[in-house]
Write a protein that binds this ligand. Sequence first.
Ligand code: URA
Length: 260
Amino acid sequence: MTELDWHQARAALEWQAEMGVTEAILDAPINRYDLPDKAAKPKPAAPPVDKPPLIMEPAPEIDVVALATQAAAGAQDLDQLKAALAAFPHCELQRGAKSLVFSDGVPGSRVMIVGEAPGRDEDIQGKPFVGRAGQLLDKMLAAIGLDRTRDVYITNILPYRPPQNRDPKPDEVAMMMPFVKRHVELAAPDVLICMGNHSCHAVLGKRGITKLRGQWDQALGKPVLPMLHPAYLLRQPQAKRNAWADLLELKAWLGTPPAH
Ligand code: URA
């Protein structure tokens, strides 16, 4: 091959670049299988002989239900219970929620309603049952002469809105139940109304609200009346006649003086 001068070599290079050459190839082929493996990782350095290798201890398991029980038991009134709940750091839902939704209505009322969890409106306003389902609940109560500003106290199993209103998870419910139990003790109602399936399952340990509704039960030291959730009634208006029967049942029960 004849030697190129600088100008010829440059012109040849520019011509190749114009033709789309992107890789310079040598005169002699390279067997890349024979090359040392550049990507081969260096061997980890041996641990120093005088130090034993580091063994990671597993993180100790935290019994969040026991911690919740302890936190709830320390509350001597409803304000303290709300503060204990707000300070409880183990509920992941707290991070995604705007508000702690603790209660509404009148503490000490004969009727305590236990719903499932706040939705979007409740998260925004920081009060349970204020969205569409809550407005229907108010109408249901009014139908038997009850008003949340006078006659009922309202809370939920979960005090924080689950993301996208998904169902409560069993570990979230288990963690919050000590607070619910203490809430019932401190609010001291005569009767609990469990609104919907999740509330019934959490309080009574039973599922199947369409069978359980209207059937008196007992839990947390109180008579319990399971009822259809107003959100369910908005989707299934034909079930309102069953809800009406249950409201009349509650009205009749309230007409009966408490046994204690
Ligand atoms: N549904 C519930 O169970 N609770 C609320 O607070 C709102 C909707």
